[in-house]
Design a binder for this molecule. Structure first.
Ligand SMILES: Nc1nc2c(ncn2[C@@H]2O[C@H](COP(=O)(O)OP(=O)(O)OP(=O)(O)O)[C@@H](O)[C@H]2O)c(=O)[nH]1
Ligand SMILES: [Mg+2]
Length: 318
């Protein structure tokens, strides 16, 4: 089947959630779903050869070794027991296994009670932390929430400026301090301010850093500890923002950020720019973390709350 790669420019501004998702996933659809379609529509009949071809497609589409093995084990067992007999049935079963792989990590959001929900954003340089905070601020403000941003990237002046532009655009408050200020102090002040101003949500930006940089990871641990001093049990969520285009490297990033900070959820950005969206299945299996949001474009409406069924449907619907 020919894959139509939709052009982001051609998507009308007001297209619905699902159309945006489909458009944003077009590259991954070309990589993963088109590969699966080729196998299903190819010569091999239901049996070991077809399953091997599927295995190869999943591996080349960044689904990763452990997720691929577990998906294939399940399919092989169903073929062996003849619960799955036709190619259509294989396709249906594959889609539901993929969807279940993502659903396994579904978790409710923490309820902070009368306190603001405090979210700490971490990740490597350029993964999309600041942009994602801006998009979330717009989204939650539009939903009527009182949102406060904390410019915790005090490393570069441009970082606070970038976040201030987002705060102005979303019409939400922001706590900024001089470049070079201890980021823990910014986070502390922001959380204290949010409590006294009865905010609903605080989003704390941090400077990008490599997960292997010991000192910078220690700095993040300190930010997290200090937030807990401003408000016990905060931060309620520590989100690791991952550039989907980095594929398998996401696992090692997640492992080290998690060891340092106990990451509570993932945000996968730039899915629109990569064919490596299969990495979400790999991450689901390896990290057991819920994906909370996905970025399928640069506009604020392109940040979507993650829904595993819609994700799999958008990947496979032609
Ligand atoms: N196409 C696309 N671009 C994105 C998405 N999310 C972020 N970006 C772009 O990625 C670039 C980096 O985003 P930032 O938000 O500045 O990244 P950051 O993690 O804050 O970077 P540092 O502060 O340097 O660590 C920007 O050009 C964003 O517009 C997305 O979902 N899709
Ligand atoms: Mg930033």
């Amino acid at each position: 089947m020919e894959e139509v790669i939709e052009d982001e420019e051609n998507v009308p501004k007001k297209t619905g959630f699902f159309a945006r998702l489909k458009s944003g996933l077009s590259k991954t659809r070309g990589q993963l779903s088109a590969g699966i379609d080729n196998v299903i529509n190819g010569k091999a009949q239901v049996g070991p050869e077809l399953l091997e071809e599927l295995e190869e497609v999943l591996l080349t589409a960044d689904v990763g070794v452990s997720a691929t093995m577990s998906i294939l084990d399940e399919l092989r067992a169903e073929v062996a027991s003849q619960r799955v007999r036709t190619k259509d049935e294989i396709m249906d079963r594959l889609k539901s296994i993929l969807s279940e792989t993502l659903e396994e990590n579904n978790r409710d959001w923490v309820n902070p009670g009368k306190n603001p929900l405090v979210i700490l954003m971490v990740g490597i340089n350029g993964s999309g932390k600041t942009t994602t905070i801006g998009k979330l601020a717009e989204k939650w403000k539009q939903e009527g929430k009182k949102v406060l941003l904390a410019a915790g990237d005090t490393f570069r002046a441009a970082a606070a400026e970038q976040l201030t532009i987002w705060a102005e655009r979303a019409n939400v408050s922001i706590i900024c301090q001089k470049t070079g200020t201890d980021p823990s102090a910014v986070a502390f002040d922001a959380v204290k301010a949010a409590v006294s101003r009865e905010m609903d949500i605080v989003l704390i930006d941090t400077a990008g850093r490599l997960q292997t940089n010991h000192n910078l990871m220690e700095e993040l641990k300190k930010i997290k500890r200090v937030i807990g001093k401003a408000l016990p049990k905060a931060p309620h969520e520590t989100f690791l923002v991952l550039d989907s285009g980095l594929g398998q490297n996401a696992n090692s990033q997640c492992k080290l950020f998690d060891d340092a900070l106990s990451v509570t959820g993932l945000i996968m950005t730039k899915l629109d720019g990569t064919g490596k969206g299969g990495v979400l299945f790999n991450l689901a299996k390896e990290t057991k973390k819920p994906v909370r949001f996905i970025g399928v474009g640069e506009k604020s409406e392109d940040l979507q709350e993650f829904d595993s069924k819609s994700f799999v449907n958008a990947l496979f619907e032609s």
